[in-house]
Structure formats: structure tokens, C-alpha cells
Design a protein around this ligand. Sequence first.
Ligand code: ADP
Ligand code: MG
Length: 238
Amino acid sequence: MGRIVLDQVSKSFGDVEVIPPLDLTIDDGEFTVFVGPSGCGKSTLLRLIAGLEDTTSGHIRIDGEDATNVPPAKRGLAMVFQSYALYPHMSVRKNIAFPMRMAKMSQEEQDKRIEAAAKALNLTDYLDRRPGQLSGGQRQRVAIGRAIVREPSAFLFDEPLSNLDAALRVGMRMEISELHKKLDTTMIYVTHDQVEAMTMADKIVVLQAGVIEQVGTPLELYRAPRNVFVAGFIGSPK
Ligand code: ADP
Ligand code: MG
């Protein structure tokens, strides 16, 4: 579960086409990073997949089903926002439980999922604290916990670490990679940071002005960048 196929997907805002028609396949269980400079359309592409923006043309298939017109909550995907999207007045437990409460899930099932998420994220001892009593990294883990309990077929991250300091970012990268191994679920991760892309990705999608310049493993992009833009952006010798 978690195979996502974009078929001639495009997006315009008014007269401005920010994403010309593109094709892209994200394989089941893969850690895919969308990387490119600010304004190149990474967030827009992620939001199209999430269903938070409507496509101007083309089709999105998730696990074989046409999801182009399926509302976000029914796509089986979970978007991880930056940690400032937590509710400050709620405990960690309640923050993590929030999507399950909205879905009116049984208390027993909620408790089970909270426990599993807390364990996976090393948050077991912090469930009764409030976000304000946590470190930045712990807060980001709570935001991820809120996505995990939905048991999505894919996780969508939009620059989740950009408001953490450099040292914390390194640690959180490792934690997210570790989580990907544990959960074995598709993850799409948006960043403008080449180091993040090169160290975390199974597959990198390099974007410039809404156009996919190259798709490949970090090593492929490093060894054989298709053009000067990719070479310059990735920092390889071409
Ligand atoms: P990135 O995430 O790579 O920084 P975005 O996807 O946020 O880029 O934006 C891509 C382009 O689309 C930018 O030129 C941005 O100004 C434009 N854009 C994004 N969202 C909107 C919107 N809701 N209305 C108009 N233009 C938008
Ligand atoms: Mg963005």
C-alpha cells in the first residue's frame, strides 16, 4: 500500500501555470524527497497529492484507485505539519488522539494506537505534558505521532524540520529515517535542503519551476546529473 501515480498532473493559479503537466510514480514503501529551490512548486505538488489543492488537469492514482476528486480525508494519506500546528492547551496524548477523536474511534482503539505511536517515537514518558513543556524535537515527534495514529498508506512531510536548529535537525532526520524503516510505509518529504535530500532519500525528485529535472537515487544524481541545474543544485562535479 502507498503507491502514488501522477499522470499528466498540472496546476495553475489563475493564468499562471506553476506546474506544467508531469508524470511521476512513487513506489510503495519508498522514501521520496522532492527537492528544489524556494518557489519551484514542491509544496504545491505535495498539496495536490494530499488533495489540499485541486489539479488543473491530469489524474492522481493512489493504490490503483483514481483519487483525483477524492477529498483529502478519504485519500488514506497523512500530512505532517510543522510542530507549531500542535494545540498548546492539550496534552501530548490529546494532541495525538485528535484525528481519532474526530473520526469517533473507540477509546480502546485510540489508546492502543497512542501507545504504539508513543513507543515508536520515544514519547511514552511525555504523554501527559503539554507542547510548551517539550523540546522542539519532541514537539515535532508529537506532530508525527498525530499522523501515525491514522495508519496512513503514505506520509507527506512539508519541510517539517525547517524551524528547528541545525543540531536538532540532524537528529530528527535520523529519527524520521528510522521511523520509515520501522513502519515500512511510503513517505514523501519536501525540502529545499540538498543535504537532507541526499541523506534521507531512496529516490530524489529534483524540481525547478514546476518541472521535474531528474528522478533518481542520491548516488545516481551525484554520479550522473542530467544537466547543469541538477549538478549545481546537488553539488556534484559535472
Ligand atoms: P515551494 O514549496 O517549492 O517553495 P510553492 O509550491 O509554495 O513552492 O509555490 C510554487 C509557486 O506557486 C510559487 O510561485 C508560488 O508563489 C505559487 N503559489 C503557491 N500557492 C499559490 C496560491 N494559492 N495562489 C497563487 N500562487 C500560488
Ligand atoms: Mg514550500
